[in-house]
Design a binder for this molecule. Structure first.
Ligand code: X2X
Length: 335
């Protein structure tokens, strides 16, 4: 090879190197926090998001999922703070776990505000949902899309529950927002706050008598095997999931990648919401087959619970925001 040909060959090979994707594009890896793993719809939502992002960015963006709130050592109510400070890049998170830092998210935990799935959608997909996303963003996390953990049903080891009186003295494990203490205290129960990681041993040892979680969680975590033989379908609240990104991470992305990330989150969220709703009937069947005694409420029994929990509204609507509550209530009524 003469020197001219050698130069041409070198130029060609360096051009190839530069244009080959592995050399011109570096892969950026991001952490994604979830509380539940991909054995549950919640974790599956994160997996779907990661798959879509990796595929559409042709490997430029990689989302690595850390389930069981492990990035905050299981302390799920610290997830939002960890996101804000940059310990966590992204999350698919329950509104309950972020509500200590974003009081507006307590809206979804108001007892019996949302009677059905259409009511959840009326809030998340409308003006109220927009206002909630603004509240999250104002506190330093960019919200991209909604998913769903689901209607939280009450289980316990003591006996059937179909009226407020049945809850008297019942030791119930509740999640991190203080609103839950008020709801269960006002019903005469004895609530105690603990993380999901601590809840399962507490149910096993009998340190608590009951818990509340969506049917999918009861089913997959085999809550029936830790003595929870009674389940009340009271649909007292549902926790949506929020796909969110740390603000600095968001700002470091090109507009194109921001759009890609957001569209993938919206798609993954819609997919997961449809999937978890579609699985509900079958999940309940499975739970019944395992010998769990399921109580459904008559309209009168339901009303008794609604009335018994009115004080929660008096205390919490001012903290959530009158305006947001009014928007949400109007959306539910008009659904
Ligand atoms: O802790 C719970 O109950 C769980 C898993 O549902 C949430 O993270 C809200």
């Amino acid at each position: 090879m003469n020197s001219k040909n050698l130069l041409t060959a070198l130029a060609a090979s360096s051009f190839l190197l530069m244009s080959s994707p592995t050399f011109s594009q570096e892969t950026r890896e991001f952490s994604v926090s979830t509380v539940l793993s991909d054995a549950f719809p919640w974790g599956q939502a994160a997996v779907k998001w990661a798959e879509l992002v990796e595929e559409r960015s042709e490997g430029r963006m990689k989302l690595t999922i850390y389930p069981n709130a492990q990035l905050v050592s299981g302390d799920q109510t610290r997830e939002f703070s960890a996101m804000r400070s940059g310990i966590i890049d992204m999350a698919v998170a329950s509104t309950i776990n972020w509500s200590p830092q974003v009081p507006e998210l307590n809206l979804f935990s108001l007892p019996f505000l949302m009677p059905d799935a259409a009511a959840i959608d009326a809030i998340t997909q409308g003006e109220a949902g927009q206002a909630i996303f603004e509240a999250i963003e104002k506190r330093g996390v960019i919200p991209l899309a909604w998913g769903e953990n689901g209607f939280r049903e009450l289980s316990n080891s003591r006996g059937p529950i179909s009226q407020p009186d049945d809850l008297k003295g019942l030791k119930v494990r509740v999640v991190g927002s203080p609103l839950f203490l008020d709801t269960f205290n006002t019903l005469g129960a004895n609530p105690t706050q603990m993380s999901w990681a601590d809840a399962q041993p507490a149910l096993t040892t009998g340190a608590v008598d009951g818990q509340e979680n969506p049917l999918s969680v009861f089913d997959v975590a085999r809550i029936d095997q830790v003595g929870q033989k009674h389940l009340t379908l009271w649909r007292y609240m549902a926790d949506p999931l929020v796909f969110g990104v740390n603000q600095r991470v968001w700002n470091s992305l090109s507009t194109e990648d921001q759009t890609l990330l957001k569209e993938a989150a919206i798609e993954a969220g819609a997919w997961e919401i449809a999937k978890s709703r579609a699985e509900l009937v079958e999940t309940l069947e499975r739970i019944k087959e395992r010998g769990v005694e399921v109580s459904e409420l008559t309209p009168e029994q339901h009303s008794a619970f609604v009335e018994a929990t009115q004080s929660v509204y008096e205390k919490w609507v001012p903290r959530i925001g009158e305006d947001l509550f009014t928007k949400a209530k109007a959306a539910v009524d008009a659904r």
